[in-house]
Design a protein around this ligand. Structure first.
Ligand SMILES: [Zn+2]
Length: 361
């Protein structure tokens, strides 16, 4: 019996089709955005990608309108959003700003934003992690009075309420027991707060002549380690003042006011409720004489304190932010991890706290 001849024609056809598919698939895939026209391409993606694609191909206003109308018809965005996108674009803002506004602002805020003139700094403002539109007017007012600050500093300092009146506009601290708590003239320690783990400081590390010095356990243990290490290097210091109760701070403050007057006192002494010493984590150091920035104690501390979780809290260049005149003798325990980062960044505890601690809570 004669064998049936294979259908070569059909096989050739099949091979051709397979070849075409193999060659074309990656080309179509890679050039998807170029092959199809943009509106078709963007129907299945979110609006931010829509904007991206519009700007990528440098659409003119008419084309943007077309695209937005198309999306409205397809119910991919509503007409409000489409109007906003167009208006923000017409004000002169970038894709980033449009995206930020549509995602983060409510209707009232968008209306407010659209009533304002173009501000080139807005592009910078939204880059700051701490930026909140509801504080925009405060940023602008603060920026006017602090022209040398960059935008990120403006946002950070508003977050610290530095545009408000210290003491009067202060807020009560919720977590005074936390090792990393920030206390300053804007953040008040509750009057009835007393750390539960205060320990007596040994005479080797504190001047107990005028009353027993106390510190929170963790801070004290690290302080002892630090003193031992410094003494090995031939540098001596001890605690002249450590934990202070609200009442004790009140006495100190009142004495200062009596001696120097209110204005002077406010520069050097804290009102009760506003001294870090009430947290049981701060120490004023001495070495018979007062510690100064020129002394070997300060130099040793600048180099080594962070290894024991301590930071020098008040420096001259930080006075505008901390609200306190420089104190070379005042150190604060914040834990080794925080102290190490602060040492590396060389920034105030205020800035560190608001950027790296409060922001994560
Ligand atoms: Zn102090």
């Amino acid at each position: 019996m004669k064998k049936k001849k294979p259908n070569y024609k059909l096989r050739r056809q099949m091979a051709k089709i397979i070849l075409i598919v193999i060659v074309l698939t990656p080309i179509i895939f890679i050039n998807k955005t170029k092959i199809f026209n943009a509106p078709l391409y963007i129907t299945n993606i979110k609006y931010s990608k829509v904007i991206d694609s519009m700007f990528e191909v440098d659409y003119n206003k008419e084309k943007i309108k077309d695209t937005l109308n198309y999306l409205k018809e397809k119910k991919k965005i509503n007409s409000n959003t489409a109007n906003y996108i167009l208006k923000i674009h017409n004000l002169g803002y970038s894709n980033n700003v449009i995206d930020y506004i549509i995602r983060n602002l409510n209707k009232k805020q968008i209306t407010d934003f659209l009533a304002r003139k173009y501000n080139k700094d807005f592009e910078e403002y939204i880059k700051s992690n701490l930026f909140l539109y509801k504080k925009y007017d405060r940023y602008l007012a603060y920026q006017k009075n602090h022209k040398k600050l960059d935008i990120d500093d403006v946002v950070t300092q508003i977050e610290l309420n530095l545009d408000k009146t210290y003491y009067d506009d202060s807020v009560l601290i919720k977590n005074p027991d936390s090792i990393d708590t920030l206390a300053n003239k804007y953040l008040e320690i509750p009057e009835d707060y007393e750390p539960s783990d205060l320990v007596d400081m040994d005479d080797d590390y504190a001047n107990n002549m005028y009353g027993q010095k106390k510190l929170r356990k963790e801070a004290y243990d690290k302080f002892v380690e630090m003193c031992e290490a410094s003494r090995k290097d031939g540098v001596n210091f001890y605690a002249e003042s450590a934990y202070r109760s609200y009442d004790y701070q009140n006495t100190i403050y009142k004495n200062y006011v009596r001696e120097h007057g209110q204005e002077e006192a406010d520069k050097f002494a804290a009102k009760p409720g506003f001294s870090e010493h009430e947290l049981g984590l701060s120490i004023d150091l001495a070495n018979i004489w007062t510690i100064t920035t020129k002394g070997e104690e300060y130099k040793w501390l600048s180099k080594n304190a962070y290894k024991y979780g301590y930071i020098i809290r008040y420096k001259e260049e930080w006075e505008d932010i901390t609200g306190y005149a420089a104190e070379a003798w005042h150190i604060r325990y914040v834990g080794i991890k925080n102290a190490t980062m602060i040492h590396k960044k060389n920034i105030t505890y205020e800035e560190y706290y608001i950027k790296y601690i409060a922001n994560k809570k």
